[in-house]
Design a protein around this ligand. Structure first.
Ligand code: PMP
Length: 285
């Protein structure tokens, strides 16, 4: 695999980052994952905008323009001809500070920029999209700036492991009695035809797929209610589903051991997935 590191396209074995890099020492880095389908980038503009926002919130330099980022993404697709479907991972850290220090390094320290392809063939035909997934709930013990897409993913990793141990697919975080989001996705329920999802705030990541989906749903005259919901409401809902850049729209059929309605993917999630895939393909770059 050819990867990108600070301006160079090099084989992955040659891509080395300092042990003093703040991404490594402090988790002082942000990231994005852009889906690639048939060699095209999905929702690219959304990811670029969120990246700029994450960097800005952390007072980190934005080293690349939108056009430069697009060029790097495209160059990686070109230089890895076997890479057709999957995602491109991008990470920007505050760079090599020279030594470990809580304070930010001087402004002339350059951010470390890394991008690489992650192939996942058949991304669109994941059997989980047809079957739906099962989730458990766990307390949301993350920090309170979940709107910033940082690489501090230890708690989400623990959540995935808890799900694995419970023989389910994912964990939903719960705070003050309400679901915040999934371990790496935004979550929704459907009740009486209405799509219900938590409103944007610092409590959740502002999903690029969420934004696109709600726009398409509104255009299709579907009813949307942005509000928090409980695990009990999810269990009593007509449908549940989640969204993320790499899984699009995926039904959730069981929550904490209880089936959602019939325990089968519902018509709203199925339709939204179709709409999302069709619309995103149109704007792919
Ligand atoms: N919430 C969290 C915590 C996530 O990690 C992700 C995945 N990036 C999402 C939501 C979904 O965001 P997106 O649709 O931009 O992938």
């Amino acid at each position: 695999r050819i990867v990108y590191l600070n301006g160079d396209y090099i084989p992955e074995e040659e891509a080395k980052v300092s042990i003093f890099d703040r991404g490594f020492v402090m988790g002082d880095a942000v990231y994005e994952v852009t889906a690639v389908i048939g060699g095209k980038l999905w929702d690219f503009e959304g990811h670029v905008k969120r990246l700029a926002r994450s960097l800005n919130e952390l007072e980190m330099q934005n080293p690349l323009t939108r056009d430069e980022l697009l060029e790097i993404h495209r160059e990686l697709i070109k230089r890895n001809p076997d890479f057709i479907d999957g995602g491109i991972y991008l990470q920007i850290s505050r760079g090599n500070a020279g030594d470990r220090d809580f304070a930010f390094p001087p402004a002339d320290v350059k951010p470390t920029v890394v991008l690489y392809t992650q192939a996942k063939n058949g991304l669109l035909d994941d059997p989980k999209a047809k079957k739906g997934i099962k989730v458990i709930s766990i307390p949301d013990l993350r920090w309170h700036r979940r709107d910033i897409k940082t690489v501090q993913l230890l708690y989400p990793s623990l959540a995935k492991m808890a799900a694995k141990k419970a023989h389910v697919d994912d964990a939903w975080f719960v705070e003050d009695g309400f679901v915040t989001e999934g371990s790496s996705n935004n979550v929704y329920i459907v009740k009486d035809g209405k799509i219900i999802t938590r409103a944007l705030s610092n409590d959740i990541l502002h999903g690029i797929t969420r934004a696109a989906l709600l726009k398409y749903a509104a255009e299709a005259q579907m009813q949307i209610e942005e509000r928090s919901f409980t695990i009990e409401e999810a269990q009593a809902a007509d449908e549940a589903f989640f969204t993320s850049a790499s899984a699009f729209v995926t039904p959730v059929i069981e929550v904490d051991g209880k089936p959602v309605a019939s325990g089968k993917p519902g018509p709203v999630a199925t339709r939204l997935r179709e709409i999302y895939l069709a619309e995103s393909a149109k704007t792919a770059l």
